[in-house]
Design a protein around this ligand. Sequence first.
Ligand SMILES: NC(=O)c1ccc[n+]([C@@H]2O[C@H](COP(=O)([O-])OP(=O)(O)OC[C@H]3O[C@@H](n4cnc5c(N)ncnc54)[C@H](O)[C@@H]3O)[C@@H](O)[C@H]2O)c1
Length: 266
Amino acid sequence: MHLEDKVALVTGAAQGIGNACAQALLEKGCKVGLVDQNTVVGNESKNNLDKQFGTQRTIFIPCDVSNEEQLKDAFKKIFEHFGRLDIVVNNAGVNNEKNWEVTVHINLISVIRGTYIGLDYMKTENGGNGGAIVNISSLAGLMPVPSQPVYCASKHGVIGFTRSIAMVSKTGKYGVRINTICPGFVNTPILQTIEKEENMGQYLIYKEELKDMMKCHGLLPPSLIAEGLIKILEDDTLNGEVMKITTKQGIHFHEYSPLPFQANKQ
Ligand SMILES: NC(=O)c1ccc[n+]([C@@H]2O[C@H](COP(=O)([O-])OP(=O)(O)OC[C@H]3O[C@@H](n4cnc5c(N)ncnc54)[C@H](O)[C@@H]3O)[C@@H](O)[C@H]2O)c1
């Protein structure tokens, strides 16, 4: 996809990975709808982006992605404001093992809903221009994490859903590519949650272990995740891919053996 003048919606865009993605999309000439529940940081972030890219290139929509009406409204406002929608980045996420239902709601249910709403706007049979959806998972979506079982489950869910719906999109000729990114530890405010009982609950005892893991593996800069996003968006051959980003191997793809129903066809 050629990114100049395309319109992107990024959830969790106020800070961290979402903000880096918004910045990278703007650098490529996109217009970006910034969606986040944190109104203060969201407005600050828009002001900073305005200084670099001008006031017309972004719109900030305060929205809790786990609220169906708010999420639908955010898509509607961004579509109406910019007149089209080409890219959705379902990035908003939390680490909360204590209030774990919230984690499932934000990290998985909202990603599923954001994908379905995005498809409603973008798929060609609905008169859309086609486009691309990128769902942010984690390396925790590919392996067990004893200190974060529900976060881990939510991120596994994102991968399973994304790979499956990508196949539906291809066979249904939706014109929308759907991929996922699985980063290792990224240097963003979410990492501070491992120190807090209100987030970790009974798993707070693992905090030193988690910190040691971070020291051992190192932290990725958010800009590298944004670089992975741009690579997925610009390469029209990618659909249903699971991009991993690690300090050791940088940007690369998870390899799966052929699925049973695909192997039968060969
Ligand atoms: N930082 C890491 O180490 C890491 C690693 C792998 C995956 N991820 C994933 O990357 C994504 C972004 O995380 P981050 O590291 O930038 O975290 P972050 O906490 O820095 O940023 C998350 C953003 O999402 C927003 N958000 C949270 N809940 C929301 C809701 N209900 N509605 C709207 N906005 C909401 C927050 O306000 C915040 O701006 C998450 O899905 C996270 O699970 C992070």
